[in-house]
Write a protein that binds this ligand. Structure first.
Ligand SMILES: O=C(O)C(=O)C[C@@H](O)CO
Ligand SMILES: [Mg+2]
Length: 390
């Protein structure tokens, strides 16, 4: 079997969006004095879809959400010529070829995300060519079904957050992730607001249910050292991305500071990036995203590394490319889960582009042993609400 063609298209959402309100989530821009910008950098309203066709007519689907137009350019100009004519079963060779050919300017960020999209499509082809789901090629079923946590609870008013938490408790979720709305720029009022929101969620879900807390790189070490001791009484399962991804020493200091585990990794890339995080004990939970880190080929290696370090792997964002990695290793106990809703930040756009994503049932996800490849097809229902750039 040989790769015949690579097609990368940007799906730019033109439909309704719900602009996030107020301080819906702290983020890396919050530390800058231009408050108007902080929320606008935080949108995933386009996605690049990769379709790789083989000489015997199998089409594999990949996807990338980081800087989708740039990812498309990298795929078109640099990655496609490296894989066309090659055997997709040589996926390690092809992964190394893409990684090394772009290493001088790639290694992290959008290049790794572009490589990931090509790699996902290759693994989709592999599964389809043998009639097996990707997780069966990676180690098979390690769970009867995948526990998942409800991930949204962006910072709005507390009553609304409590109603949201109750709604999804009623749907059987026992694990929840909420977002802080405030950081260093908001002073002691922001600290109080952050604590009030966590207390409000705990009032609804109690302490027998897991609560994870997301900073999305919006704090710094000094602020996190103030917040973490105050958060201990709320027993969060982890606090996520308290500082920017490059501050690995900061991560390590915070991860050692209190009993609260620090998680991170959705903005880290390649096997080597995670080797560094683990060796420096920067995180207690690894959260790569398989459509960013280097694809399934890289994520599968990182799963083994995490197993050796006894650090749980809970990939960012859920979504099918990550579910296969969680299903196929004991190192991954659960998945993140975004429900489908109006397009807001954009992680949910996945549901408007692809069919095949499992819907959570009573806080669990199930993958189909008989659905080959990644198990996704392109959705047609919303095509008229996308501008598609070839
Ligand atoms: O789901 C996450 O971990 C993210 O970082 C997504 C982003 O929406 C911030 O929550
Ligand atoms: Mg996150």
């Amino acid at each position: 079997m040989k790769i015949k063609s690579v097609r990368a298209r940007v799906f730019q959402w033109q439909g309704k969006t719900v602009p996030p309100q107020g301080n819906f989530c702290s983020n890396a821009m919050d530390l800058l004095y231009s408050p108007a910008e902080t929320m606008s950098t935080f949108r995933f309203h386009a996605w690049t879809v990769v379709e790789i066709e083989t000489d015997d007519g199998i089409v594999g689907l990949g996807n990338v959400a980081l800087a989708p137009a740039i990812a498309k350019a990298i795929i078109d100009q640099y990655l496609a010529p490296l894989v066309v004519g090659q055997d997709p079963w040589d996926y390690e060779y092809l992964g190394q070829r893409m990684y090394r050919a772009t290493h001088a300017w790639g290694r992290k960020g959008v290049t790794m995300a572009a490589i990931s999209a090509v790699d996902l499509a290759i693994w989709d082809i592999l599964g389809k060519s043998v009639g097996k789901p990707v997780f069966k090629l990676l180690g098979g079923r390690t769970k009867e079904k995948i526990p998942c946590y409800y991930s949204k609870l962006y910072r709005t008013d507390l009553d609304e957050m409590q109603r949201e938490a109750q709604k999804f408790m009623d749907q059987g979720f026992t694990m929840f992730k909420s977002r802080f709305g405030f950081g260093p720029a908001h002073g002691t009022r922001g600290v109080a607001e952050n604590l009030k929101a966590v207390e409000a969620i705990r009032e609804v879900i109690g302490y027998e249910n897991d609560l994870m807390l997301e900073c999305y790189m919006g704090w710094n070490v000094e602020y996190a050292k103030r917040m973490l001791p105050k958060l201990e009484k709320f027993q969060p399962r982890w606090v996520e991305e308290p500082v920017i991804a490059d501050d690995i020493d900061g991560y390590a200091e915070l991860n050692a500071l209190t009993a609260i585990p620090i998680s991170g990794g959705e903005h880290e890339f390649s096997l080597y990036g995670f080797k560094q995080l683990l060796e420096r004990k920067a995180v207690s939970v690894v959260q790569y995203d398989t459509n960013r880190v280097g694809g399934i080929t890289a994520a599968h290696k990182i799963n083994a590394l995490c197993e050796a370090w006894s650090v749980p792997v809970i990939p960012h964002a859920g979504q099918m490319h990550n579910y296969h990695l969680t299903m196929s290793t004991l190192a991954s106990p659960m998945s993140e889960y975004f429900p489908m809703h109006d397009v807001e930040v954009g992680n949910e756009l996945f549901y408007y582009i692809f069919d095949g994503e499992p819907v959570a049932d009573n806080g669990f996800l199930q993958l189909d042993d008989d659905k080959p490849g990644l198990g996704l097809t392109l959705k047609t229902d919303y095509l008229d609400q996308f501008r598609i750039i070839e």
